[in-house]
Write a protein that binds this ligand. Structure first.
Ligand code: GTP
Length: 595
């Protein structure tokens, strides 16, 4: 146990965590030259394509240092704010963290928030100044920022380049010297905290855990304390590049367990595993509940796939503890699920993973935050779907969620950012100069204005020199109204949105225009109308299609005709028929793209 070190790598997005993980894996010769590839731990296709880490990834490395053999359990974590729940769970399995800061960018919003997460768990912080090879690197200035932020000595900061392999040996030495060995009682009753899980269609569910006390042996009978269920530990092992079976996993270590569990509901991330022959008195404190920020419906494109979609959601949830959902019905779309996400990127990733990993084709409806609605009968409703909003004359008051936002930027962009935040109904609370040229702005803002396109706009107006982090604050009264959309006179609940009254007219008008562009023309005319209560506030028309598409092929050869039909069929992906109108996925997101 004295020779184990558990640590994670935390940083703002793109500061070089995954690249640094690669170098550590290389240096410790954890994988062969042949197996080595860039961003080795980002093993999901989606992560590689997008160049971002979505999941935390654990890997065990052996390291010989000063004549001693060490086991280093490394967890690479995501940087994007939508995945901070992944970071917080990883942190719970570690005693130390490498805080990576890009020497050309300096401290950013998620550098600070992830640092606080780590300090909250009393982790030993090793500051790493990365990318010192870049011509634009500002090692002196950024070192000052780091010293200010964490109160360390300048000499504690390790200068590194993950790309060029500079500073890697120093980092490994610091991991061994500065990060404490895990604590716990090797002879105590076994307690393993589940911090992740994966569904594997051949072997059932694999749970990943950190041992706090005692040990577990292959074949032991175990109990999951929250669910009360009992299993045999058919296979246990450690996470090398592949899973490597072992006979025993001891205190302080990180391992996996396979016990033939087939249904996703049986496993809960944050649960404690104990051994039946010597039950632990209590469970380890699990994780804080996730607080979803954005809600949207997810519906199968093919209504007959509802049950399949449910299974897919259960399996995905195993590997994405931040995803929450419950069944819902929409008048327009039938049976589906109301889901809660940590942000728009999270929502996008869930949709993509459902399609790639589970072969589902789904429609996501207009996203919304959750409102507190008090009815005239004094009932308190939590409303996250426009269809749940009571009629205006039944509403006493509505409260909307607010967040505290921190934006770090260069002083030259402050004016433009202030204007953007005010447009989004933000209230400036404070501004702090971090250095002469970098400033932190603190705003209180309605969550509904931030979750959708705010981040993109912030990036655009600051040319990328602004980073954003936010925390949930609470509810405040807001003058919100439901904006209904009707197609040929019929309300389409899945297209409605809840918006601030001041913006409702403008939005209604633009939403109709946008939908006119997005709805494919059909054999008949489509009237698009926006309404608040009984009052129609905007109207657009999609003209009827004049010619049959196939008419174009008149006299043409059959293969061309087939190709055209194929093309149409492909276009049908992610479309839903509502009444006699076909609505493509983009139409449900139109409300997000109005500005
Ligand atoms: P997320 O996981 O998405 O938060 O990103 P990350 O922090 O893991 O960053 P990643 O390792 O993917 O690196 C981001 C980019 O920076 C990549 O293009 C890397 O090649 C580059 N990069 C990482 N380290 C260095 C470095 O030391 N020097 C230079 N010049 N580039 C680096």
């Amino acid at each position: 146990m004295n020779n184990i070190r558990n640590f994670c790598i935390i940083a703002h997005i793109d500061h070089g965590k995954s690249t640094l993980a690669d170098r550590l894996i290389e240096q410790t010769q954890t994988v062969s030259q042949r197996q080595m590839q860039n961003q080795l731990l980002d093993d999901m296709d989606l992560e590689r394509e997008r160049g971002i880490t979505i999941k935390s990834h654990a890997i065990q490395m052996d390291y010989k240092f000063e004549g001693q053999q060490y086991v280093l359990n490394l967890i690479d974590t995501p940087g994007h704010v939508d995945f901070s729940y992944e970071v917080s769970r990883s942190i719970a399995a570690c005693e130390g963290a490498l805080l990576v800061v890009d020497a050309s960018q300096g401290i950013e919003a998620q550098t600070i928030s992830n640092l606080y997460l780590a300090l909250g768990h009393d982790l030993e912080i090793i500051p790493v100044l990365n990318k010192i090879d870049l011509p634009g690197a500002m090692p002196e200035e950024v070192s000052d920022q780091i010293v200010d932020l964490i109160g360390c000595e300048r000499s504690d900061i390790i200068h590194a380049s993950a790309k060029e392999g500079i500073g890697i040996a120093e980092i490994l030495a610091a991991v061994v010297h500065r990060i404490p060995a895990p604590k716990g009682e090797p002879d105590g009753a076994f307690q393993g905290l589940i911090f992740d899980s994966v569904f594997n269609s051949y072997r059932g569910i694999e749970v990943i855990f950190r041992v706090y006390n005692g040990e577990i042996r292959k074949g032991d009978k175990v109990k999951f304390m929250a669910t009360g269920r009992e299993y045999y530990a058919d296979e246990i092992g450690v996470l090398r590049l592949e899973k490597e079976p072992r006979d025993v996993i001891k205190t302080g270590d990180v391992g996996y367990l396979i016990s033939g569990i087939k249904t996703a509901k049986e496993v809960k991330v944050g649960d404690t595993i104990t051994r039946m022959d010597r039950l632990a008195a209590e469970a380890i404190k699990g994780f804080e509940d996730v607080k979803p920020m954005v809600f949207a419906g997810i519906y199968p494109v093919d209504t007959s796939e509802f049950e399949e979609l449910r299974e897919a959601m259960e399996k995905l949830q195993l590997n994405d503890a931040a995803l929450i959902w419950e069944p819902e019905t929409s008048a327009a779309l039938g049976f589906g699920f109301r889901c809660g996400f940590l942000g728009m990127l999270h929502m996008e990733i869930v949709q993509e993973r459902l399609e790639r990993e589970f072969d589902m084709t789904v429609i996501t409806t207009v996203p919304s935050v959750q409102f507190n609605v008090t009815t005239t009968k004094e009932e308190l409703l939590k409303v996250s779907a426009p269809s749940e909003m009571p009629e205006p004359n039944h509403i006493e008051s509505i409260e909307e969620p607010f967040i505290a936002a921190q934006i770090i930027t260069k002083s030259e962009y402050v004016g433009a950012i202030m204007k953007l935040c005010m447009d989004k109904r933000g209230i400036l609370k404070n501004q702090v100069y971090l250095t002469s040229d970098r400033i932190e702005l603190q705003f209180e803002m309605p969550l509904s204005e931030v979750v959708f396109d705010f981040f993109d706009r912030l990036k655009t107006i600051s040319r990328g020199y602004a980073s954003l982090d936010y925390q949930y604050l609470g509810f405040k009264e807001g003058d919100m109204v439901k904006l209904d959309i009707m197609l040929n006179g019929e309300k389409v609940d899945a297209l409605s949105a809840i918006v601030h009254r001041d913006k409702a007219y403008e939005w209604g008008k633009r939403l109709c225009e946008k939908l006119r562009e997005l709805l494919p023309r059909q054999q008949f005319e489509i009237a698009i109308q926006a309404a608040i209560g009984q009052k129609i506030i905007a109207r657009e028309t999609v003209k009827a299609l004049r010619k049959d598409v196939l008419a174009k092929c008149y006299g043409g050869d059959i293969s061309r005709k087939r190709k055209l039909l194929e093309k149409q069929k492909k276009g049908k992906k992610r479309m839903r028929q509502v009444g006699n109108v076909e609505i493509p996925q983009e139409a449900f997101m139109a409300v997000l793209k109005l500005e």
